[in-house]
Ligand binder design. Sequence first.
Ligand SMILES: Nc1ncnc2c1ncn2[C@@H]1O[C@H](COP(=O)(O)OP(=O)(O)O)[C@@H](O)[C@H]1O
Ligand SMILES: [Mg+2]
Length: 271
Amino acid sequence: MAEPQTAPVVNVDPANLALRGDKIVKRFGAVTALDGVSLTLGKGEILGILGDNGAGKSTLVKILTGFHQQTTGTLHVHGEETLLKSVDHARALGIECVYQDLALANSLSIYHNMFLNREIVRRGPGRVLRLVDHKQMRERAAQLLEDIGVHVPSVDLPVERLSGGQRQAIAVARAVHSNAKILLLDEPLAAMGAREAALIIDLVMRLKEKGGLSIIMIMHNYAQTLDIADRIMLMQRGRVTYEQRSANTSVAELMDIVRREYRAMRATTAQ
Ligand SMILES: Nc1ncnc2c1ncn2[C@@H]1O[C@H](COP(=O)(O)OP(=O)(O)O)[C@@H](O)[C@H]1O
Ligand SMILES: [Mg+2]
């Protein structure tokens, strides 16, 4: 079995780090979801995280977004040691997440979703009255989507009329427009067909080209991950069992590592 990881295998220049986690442990009662995970995320880098169900991927993301707090271990955000106290705290530091189960209001329009909880308001006719400025939100939403190449027939459409891929794209656009520096995507391609997945992959690549954004993507498909990510991390049973630049590994190598881990695990449980 792989030894618990103590330090990232691949060095990223410390001066160029958006995020760093050291020996992060997360316990839920008797369950150890994360058992000493260390990771780094460079500025402008895409890190792909692979691993089976229950490996701890979502738990890691939830710690990085301030939803959960780690039991032990430290996080550095933009070079400073930080305990992320809440999702709002993480957001204030430029960390945004698009969750597996999307938090969009399906009956509301695309533009409204893009500005949900941060509506643009203008002064109304009275002194105190403030009105939601639909015209400005509509225009801004259309512009923002165009900027990142997301095509929808109209920003007035309710989100429920969109495909899963388009909805995911809207959720990503919303996260990005709120000035995210670090974007976390938890299985953005889950339950998507090839065309839909291509739409999201294109969007992520365009965001990378625009620069200024670091991205962590939790993925299922090894080949897609190696295509899109600069670096990959393999998680198994709450640990990082492998980390490598995408250019230096292959689907075959990753499958081999996973198989080896399984064999080791079966051998241990059989004892
Ligand atoms: N809120 C929670 N309470 C108790 N156990 C949890 C909680 N969240 C996750 N777990 C457990 O932690 C482990 C890792 O889960 P998770 O992070 O969702 O894995 P993954 O996203 O890789 O499938 C699992 O055993 C899961 O049951
Ligand atoms: Mg998960």
